[in-house]
Ligand binder design. Structure first.
Ligand SMILES: CC(C)(COP(=O)(O)OP(=O)(O)OC[C@H]1O[C@@H](n2cnc3c(N)ncnc32)[C@H](O)[C@@H]1OP(=O)(O)O)[C@@H](O)C(=O)NCCC(=O)NCCS
Length: 188
């Protein structure tokens, strides 16, 4: 049987696809989890989480790509998102396309984020013909930085920046930026 039209990519263990109504409940639960949201200024309410799904889906219409809903192939568990987004703030590296990920905590530690991110980076370079990707996070978010490093992204301390949407003095304001170019990327 062929892949559903909603499917964007499949990997060994994952399906990366457009969003479905049934994703909203587990997505809201993930966005309300303090472990998942440790490096974000706020956890999300159900309404904020739903609005994020709406914005992500609108972004697919606008750009032709976006943060994909991730699903386990084995039992269809909802796995959060892995995909691409266009930052809506101005900084020294914008405009750009960011690669990002957010998974429910019970699915951490199994390589799912790295597996999905590698496939998304290959898709960004080989199918969308993008010539670079960035990823950024708070300095302290070591788990996410490790995903960036595992997919071959490079960190230059001179690229670090204060996130313009966070006030001066905010604990999460300082961000690190990682970059990836097609010729640096070890294709899966
Ligand atoms: C960032 C985040 C996606 C990382 O998840 P993760 O599960 O640590 O990342 P990976 O999928 O790459 O898994 C790597 C871990 O799985 C282990 N692993 C197990 N099986 C593996 C496999 N088959 N392949 C690769 N790694 C495997 C690795 O050893 C590694 O464990 P370690 O961190 O203890 O060394 C997750 O912590 C998260 O969703 N955080 C909250 C949201 C967030 O901060 N997002 C980023 C904002 S910029």
């Amino acid at each position: 049987m062929g892949a559903s039209p909603q499917t964007i990519l499949t990997t060994q263990r994952l399906v990366l696809r457009r969003w479905q109504e049934s994703d909203r409940q587990p997505f809201a639960e993930m966005n309300a989890d303090p472990r998942v949201m440790e490096f974000f200024p706020n956890r999300l309410t159900r309404e904020q989480s739903d609005r994020l799904v709406d914005r992500i889906e609108a972004g697919f219409g606008q750009h032709g790509f976006g943060l994909c809903a991730a699903e386990l192939r084995s039992d269809h568990s909802f796995l959060g998102f892995i995909g691409l987004s266009v930052p809506n703030f101005v900084a020294h590296f914008t405009p750009c396309v960011e690669i990002g990920w957010r998974l429910p905590a019970r699915f951490w530690g199994q390589g799912y984020a790295t597996e999905g991110a590698r496939a998304i980076a290959r898709y960004a370079f080989d199918s969308l013909n993008l010539d670079s990707l960035v990823s950024f996070t708070t300095e302290q978010n070591i788990r996410s930085r490790r995903v960036m490093e595992r997919i071959g992204m490079t960190f230059n301390p001179a690229d670090s920046f204060d996130h313009p949407n966070l006030p001066e003095g905010h604990l999460l304001r300082r961000h690190v930026l990682y970059r990836l170019r097609p010729n640096e990327f070890a294709r899966p």
